[in-house]
Design a protein around this ligand. Structure first.
Ligand code: NAP
Length: 554
């Protein structure tokens, strides 16, 4: 059979393989590489034309990672020995180049089919395999796989805002989560631009488009509690000096709460006098990046009074950056008007965000009390009747995270039960890797993993290694299928909930709890015990012969 136009080494048509991996980001790449090394016949399908996961879709102006090198990378020496980044926080273009390098070194493409979206995956009770369709819906590629891995990331489904009459708007509309390839800030020079959303995507778009727009209006519902980013250029020579230590950095990722190379201060925050606390905050603030978020007292996320001090410090540092009083009130609310506790929504890193917002041609409108009522032909109308016009509207309204991407694929488990039914009241998982009734189906960097409290490679590395070991064990023990036990799943969902309830994250207003999407079950979507505790949970299951999973012999 002739290969399809977009195929790299893979033949179209029905095939029987051991593993189908969906998604070409960090998790997918690592699983393809490791499963293949372990002798499993493995293929990878990716909806986009290349590797890179989210960095293929979310290529909006300014898109850049918030986790510094070398944390944001694969730990394999064969990959990092011959790769140097050009800056501490690379942009999406450089991350794509990194994935090209990974592809070359690990020889991945020969087992991948790009431009191939998976539409359905049905467990076949008779064959104990997954029947999967993908690609062209009229003439789909069909494949039968023993194991089905969903490595689609936590942001595989866009969250369109619930603003009525989107079709009425005649201007140009973009969403940060599916930005047109090649549409650069330069193409929007001199335009009048509107922007909805102040998450990481909104902050980065503001910085990029605010420099080229004729005028810009930023609609703010919840201001971002940003932290300063310092993004120096990095030479190969500098990285060569430290490269021998990268192994240790990757080991350190497994020993810290968020998978970074620094961690919380776990001692009681009240041991410090107010003066000592101020000095402590000054120190971690001066380190820039996420240090003020992730190297602070752990108590910031457990004790409201401690959190209040962090918010007050953030406010003290940030308020002077905004010149105009009206803008400042919206962007940097004082402690008594805070929208939420500090750090319980991922803060975004900013370079010149407030400089852009200070510009006279940039307006800031609060849509908290005065929401956008409707789209108009030329812009939007607010609830108080005020109309705002623009030629281009960028929506940076985020994603139906963690579960949305899974539920838009027609996935059916034992007895034909749809995943949409199994997760109707909220997602259920064993260890954030599998769900009961769906044998031999696994996921990574999705619900119930450290996911959003961490970063991609830090989380996926642990999960992929565990899965590879478990399936190797299955092979050695002649296992036909392996599946999460319903009781273990129930216990793990309770664990996720209990861990979350102990923290201030549980009240967080946004996507961490599924509160950003109307009608979505509100639940803890991440493992909030930190990476070392998560690893311990995995190790305990493994030591007990993969407890929490039912293994059926062939
Ligand atoms: P997000 O954090 O969910 O932000 C969505 C924004 O849209 C929020 O400000 C939200 O306001 C606003 N919004 C939604 N509907 C609205 C409406 N109807 N009217 C007005 N405002 C509305 O999404 P994101 O910025 O795409 O980021 C998602 C996550 O992706 C990040 O937290 C991060 O983990 C990841 N990411 C990372 C990077 C990076 O590495 N630098 C870059 C981009 C994304 P409310 O808060 O009031 O709901």
């Amino acid at each position: 059979m002739a290969p399809t136009a977009t195929t790299n080494g893979h033949q179209a048509g029905q095939q029987e393989i051991d593993c189908l991996v969906v998604g070409g980001g960090f998790a997918g790449v690592q699983l393809l590489y490791t499963m293949r090394k372990q002798g499993f016949n493995t293929k990878l399908y990716e909806a986009m034309p290349g590797f890179g996961g989210i960095w293929r879709n979310a290529c909006y102006p300014g898109a850049r990672v918030d986790s510094e090198l070398p944390i944001y990378g694969l730990k394999f020496p064969e990959v990092y020995r011959n790769w140097s980044w050009s800056q501490r926080y690379p942009d999406y273009k450089e991350i794509r180049k990194y994935f090209d390098h990974v592809d070359k070194v690990l020889e991945l493409s020969k087992d991948c089919q790009f431009n191939t979206r998976v539409h359905s995956a049905h467990w076949n009770d008779e064959t104990s395999r997954w029947d999967i369709t993908a690609g062209d819906q009229q003439n789909p590629t069909k494949i039968s796989a023993k194991y089905f891995f969903l490595c689609i990331g936590f942001a595989a489904k866009i969250n369109w805002p619930d603003i009525p009459n989107r079709d009425r708007y005649k201007g140009t509309l973009y969403h940060s989560g599916f930005w047109p390839e090649g549409l650069e800030p330069e193409h929007l020079r001199g335009k009048s631009i509107g922007l909805v959303g102040t998450g990481a995507s909104g902050v980065q778009i503001t910085q990029a488009l605010g420099k080229v727009a004729k005028d810009m209006t930023v609609f703010v519902r919840t201001p971002n509690l940003t932290l300063p980013m310092e993004n120096p250029k990095m030479s190969k020579e500098t990285q060569d000096l430290f490269r021998d230590g990268w192994d240790a950095v990757y080991e350190k990722r497994n020993k810290t709460f968020a998978g970074f190379h620094y961690d919380f201060d776990y001692d009681d925050w009240t041991r410090h006098t107010p003066e000592q606390r101020e000095a402590f905050y000054e120190d971690i603030w001066s380190r820039k990046g996420f240090h003020f978020w992730l190297e602070t007292y752990a108590d910031v996320y457990f004790k409201k009074d401690c959190n209040d001090t962090a918010y007050a410090f953030w406010h003290k540092k940030t308020a002077p950056m905004v010149k105009d009083e009206k803008k400042r009130a919206i962007l940097v609310p004082p402690p008594d008007k805070a929208h939420h506790t500090f750090g319980t929504v991922r803060p975004s890193l900013q370079v010149d965000y407030y400089d852009i917002l200070n510009q006279d041609n940039v307006d800031v409108i609060s849509v908290k009390e005065n929401p956008i009522k409707t789209f108009t032909e030329t812009g939007v109308e607010l609830s108080d009747g005020k109309k705002v016009d623009f030629e281009v509207l960028a929506l940076a309204t985020g994603y139906d995270t963690h579960t949305g991407g899974f539920l838009q694929i027609d996935i059916r488990g034992k007895g034909g039960k749809p995943l949409t039914e199994h997760w109707k009241e909220g997602c259920k998982s064993q260890l954030g890797l599998a769900t009961s009734g769906f044998p031999n189906m696994f996921f990574a960097y999705g619900p119930h993993g450290p996911t959003a409290y961490s970063n991609g490679p830090s989380t996926t590395d642990i999960q992929c290694e565990f899965l590879a070991r478990m399936l190797n064990w299955s092979k050695e023990n002649n296992i036909k299928s392996i599946e999460a036990k319903p009781k273990a799943e129930q216990a793990f969902v309770k664990r996720i909930d209990d861990l979350s309830k102990a923290t201030l994250f549980h009240q967080s207003h946004g996507w961490y709890m599924g509160r950003n999407v109307k009608g979505k079950p509100v639940q803890a979507l991440n493992y909030s015990g930190g990476i070392p505790a998560y690893i311990k949970d995995l190790e305990e299951s493994e030591a007990a012969g993969y407890s929490g999973f039912d293994a059926v012999k062939a």
